[in-house]
Structures are given as structure tokens and as C-alpha cells.
Design a protein around this ligand. Structure first.
Ligand code: AMP
Ligand code: ZN
Length: 443
């Protein structure tokens, strides 16, 4: 089967044909770096990492360019720096480092290019100048706005009515705006806000123009795949499309638009006020990265995912089973086996792919199972991070000695009690033939 992907633009699953098979090009909107990334943010990162791995296998490693940006200019970042009394750079550098550490623990490959918005201001200014010159944007009061009515087919991606768009965009009413839907390309900065010199005075870019500039710079005027979470369809992606198409005069910005569904926790919207908000970093203190990654892929990317403790526990057990069969050895860089590959080629059907992994979990298929797991980004490191970090080895050894003494005295009740106490600490013990006992941290 050829690769088929669901395209939000056409609302259908389509056969994927790259513009240039020797350079398949994908852009995914990256994080705004002002705080720890939460587990919902991890979803697009993991989903599009799987797509990146799939494309690399189908077209060759050297023939895929994956761009995932860092949004390092944003008013939320400015506010955070002000709150903490530190520089903006300190906030963005620290948060970017944290993001990299977190997602690398989730088995995510670095993208081919990871552009930062602050390094692409010149490209943003160029696009804005082109939009003004072609009558799609206007400067007013230090701002530059995109003139939405100037684009006849604005709204193709989200297919919303004007009323819905107005509600969804939460548009500001501002005296310098000609139309209600017009959105900001550039805005003025005061002395306490980061800004760059521009033809419209000292200012900073709006959010949407950042992605138009970075995708243009690294992937060209038209490219193959653009991805992100479903919440970005409107207004962010709709506005990226408007900017890029009107600046360069093509019928599309990207041929395929892909969006992951939202993640909720134990059936509820994740929110700080409900106390069910989890950063990737917090979860990594309790769960191996492999388990978080696997749990994310058990639900098809377009469906909403319910993130539950029960499902995480199951994911851990399933992976332990797979790696017990496959062993942790194997090729440095595996290849995705045929049956799993076929599942992924069907719009990244990861639940089906996991069913195929189960089918490989039997004698005679260890090698294929191991290689496929590796190719999908799993390391096989399933030790409990918390237990490993918190274990007092001396205390464990003392308990094991006490248990051996109890056994020698045939005090089975006491020896069982100690074994249970160790299990409660997350320690699994193994009695060896030579009369010694070894132990390992389970979870
Ligand atoms: P943000 O930093 O809010 O712009 O989000 C970064 C990425 O995470 C975007 O692609 C969002 O669509 C995605 N995202 C944010 N929250 C969730 C969630 N709860 N579930 C799935 N994806 C999310
Ligand atoms: Zn974007």
C-alpha cells in the first residue's frame, strides 16, 4: 500500500505524493518557550516524530526535511520574564533546554531544522512588505494588519462561518483595524518590550507570521505536510495559509494539513485549577519515557486521547512483555517491519501497528519485534525512574540479609513479610541457585 494521510484541507484520506521525492518537506508548529511543556504538548511532538520516522524509511533518511520551530518571541514570554525579574533570553533558553531534555526522554528524534522565530525577523519583514505591496496588508498606527476581505477564499481550512470565525479568533476591536477579522502581522513595542527596527517603526511580529517566515525559509513557498494540534486549525493555520499564499501567489501553502486530537486526563480537560495538569517532566519522574510514548500511540492521532493511570500501567506491562521477548539488544537503528509499516501507511494507524506488534510477540519473530520497536523510538529502558532514584541500596541489602536469616530459620511468615515489604518499595528479588539473592528496581 502507498502512504495515505488524512488531509484537513479536503477532509479526506488521500494518497500522499510528495512534490519532490528526493526532498519530502514537513513543518510542525513547535512550542512557545515560556514554561514546562505539558503532556498535551507532547502529543504532536510524538505523533509527528512517528511520521518523520515513517517518511525516512519510505523515502530515505537523507530525503526528508522536518522543520519544527521554537517560538521564542511572544507576549507570554515577556510576561514570564517580567514576573521572574530575569531576561527574556534566560526564560527562552532555559525552557528550550528543558523541552529538549523532556522530549528526548520520550524517544523523539531532533528535527532536521529547528528554527527560532527571533532569528527570522528579516524574513517576516520581507513577507509583510510583499503583502502590503500586493494589497493584502496595511500599516496603521504602528501596526501592520492582514486585510482578510482582500483574500477571496479565506477560511478554506477551517470551513467556518464568519460568525464562528469571529468567536473563535476572539478578535480585538481596535480603532486601527479596517475589518473585524483582520489580524496582526506586526505590532509596536515600547521601550520595555523586545522589538526590532522595521519600516513601520520598532516593533515585534504577530504569532502567525513567524511560521510563514520559518517554513518559507527552510521549506520553500509550497511544501508537502504541515502539522500541529487541532486547536491550531483556526486561527493560526488559517492565517499562516493566508499570509503565505497571498505573499507568494500559490493556490496552497502545504498540500497536506494534519492535526492531532486533544489530550484529556481521566476524562476531563487538563487544567491547573482541576489539579490534573501534568508536565512531561513530572510524568518522567514516575514513568519511563518509553511508557509515555507508547501510551500516546495506543490512540489514533486524530481521536481525542484520554490519558489515564490505568492505561499507563497497561502500557508499561505491554512494553515489558514485548521487550522480554525481543531482548534489549539489536540493531542500533532498526527498520520498521512490514506488517507494522502497512498499518502506519494507513494514516498513521498506530493502534493497528500495536496490534501487529502483539502478533510479532512470539517465537521466531523476536528480531523483527526488536528492530521495529527500536525504529519506532523505543529504547527498552523500562526501569522505574522514581524507584531507581529513591532506592536506599544499603536498606535493601539489610532487608535481604534479614530475609535469608529468616529462611534459614524456616520462619516462612517473616521471610514472606520481608519479601512483600521489598515489593512495596518497588524491589523485585530473585533467589539464585547458589543460595544468593539478587534484586532489581521494578517500579
Ligand atoms: P502551545 O504551546 O499551546 O502553542 O501548544 C504547542 C502544541 O501542543 C500545539 O501543536 C498544540 O496544538 C498542542 N497542544 C496543546 N495542548 C494540547 C492538548 N491538550 N492535547 C493535544 N495537543 C495539545
Ligand atoms: Zn505555526
Amino acid at each position: 500500500m502507498t502512504l495515505r494521510l488524512y488531509n484537513t484541507l479536503t477532509r479526506t484520506k488521500e494518497e500522499f505524493t510528495p512534490l519532490d521525492p528526493s526532498n519530502v518537506r514537513m513543518y510542525v508548529c513547535g512550542p512557545t518557550v515560556y514554561d514546562f511543556a505539558h503532556i498535551g504538548n507532547a502529543r504532536p511532538v510524538i505523533v509527528f516524530d512517528v511520521l518523520f520516522r515513517l517518511l525516512r524509511q519510505l523515502y530515505g533518511k537523507e530525503h526528508v526535511t522536518y522543520v519544527r520551530n521554537i517560538t521564542d518571541v511572544d507576549d507570554k514570554i515577556n510576561a514570564r520574564a517580567r514576573e521572574e525579574g530575569v531576561s527574556i533570553r534566560e526564560v527562552t533558553e532555559r525552557t528550550t533546554r528543558q523541552f529538549h531534555a523532556d522530549i528526548s526522554a520520550l524517544g523523539v528524534l531532533p528535527p532536521t531544522v529547528e528554527p527560532r522565530a527571533t532569528e527570522h525577523i528579516a524574513e517576516m519583514v520581507t513577507i509583510i512588505e510583499r503583502l502590503i505591496a500586493s494589497g493584502h496588508a496595511y500599516a496603521a498606527d504602528g501596526h501592520v494588519l492582514f486585510d482578510v476581505p482582500s483574500m477571496k477564499d479565506y477560511g478554506q481550512l477551517s470551513r467556518r462561518s464568519l460568525d464562528e470565525m469571529l468567536a473563535g479568533a476572539r478578535v480585538d476591536v481596535a480603532p486601527y483595524k479596517r475589518g473585524e477579522m483582520d489580524f496582526v502581522l506586526w505590532k509596536p513595542s515600547d521601550d520595555n518590550t523586545p522589538g526590532w527596527e522595521s519600516p513601520w517603526g520598532r516593533g515585534r511580529p504577530g504569532w502567525h507570521i513567524e511560521c510563514s517566515a520559518m517554513s518559507w525559509k527552510h521549506l520553500g513557498e509550497v511544501f508537502d505536510i504541515h502539522g500541529g494540534g487541532i486547536d491550531l486549525v483556526f486561527p493560526h493555520h488559517e492565517n499562516e495559509i493566508a499570509q503565505t499564499r497571498c505573499a507568494f501567489g500559490h493556490g496552497v501553502m502545504a498540500n497536506v494539513w494534519m492535526h492531532n486530537g486533544f489530550l484529556q486526563v481521566e476524562g476531563q480537560k487538563m487544567s491547573k485549577s482541576l489539579g490534573n495538569f501534568f508536565t512531561i517532566n513530572e510524568l518522567l519522574a514516575d514513568w519511563p519515557g518509553d511508557v509515555l510514548r507508547f501510551n500516546m500511540l495506543r490512540t489514533h492521532y486524530r481521536q481525542p486521547i484520554d490519558w489515564t493511570l490505568k492505561s499507563l500501567e497497561e502500557s508499561w506491562r505491554i512494553l515489558e512483555g514485548f521487550f522480554a521477548t525481543a531482548g534489549s539488544a539489536g540493531a542500533e537503528q532498526g527498520t520498521i517491519g512490514d506488517s507494522v509499516l502497512e498499518a502506519l501507511k494507513d494514516d498513521l494507524n498506530t493502534p493497528k501497528a500495536i496490534a501487529e506488534l502483539h502478533a510479532l510477540d512470539k517465537p521466531g519473530h523476536q528480531k523483527e519485534l526488536g528492530e521495529t520497536l527500536k525504529a519506532l523510538g523505543f529504547t527498552g529502558n523500562l526501569a522505574s525512574p522514581k524507584a531507581a532514584a529513591g532506592v536506599d541500596a544499603a536498606a535493601v541489602n539489610a532487608l535481604i540479609t534479614a530475609r535469608l536469616e529468616a529462611r534459614n530459620a524456616k520462619n516462612w511468615a517473616e521471610s514472606d513479610r520481608i519479601r512483600d515489604a521489598l515489593a512495596a518499595m518497588g524491589i523485585a528479588i530473585k533467589d539464585n541457585k547458589n543460595g544468593t539473592t539478587s534484586w532489581e528496581v521494578k517500579r
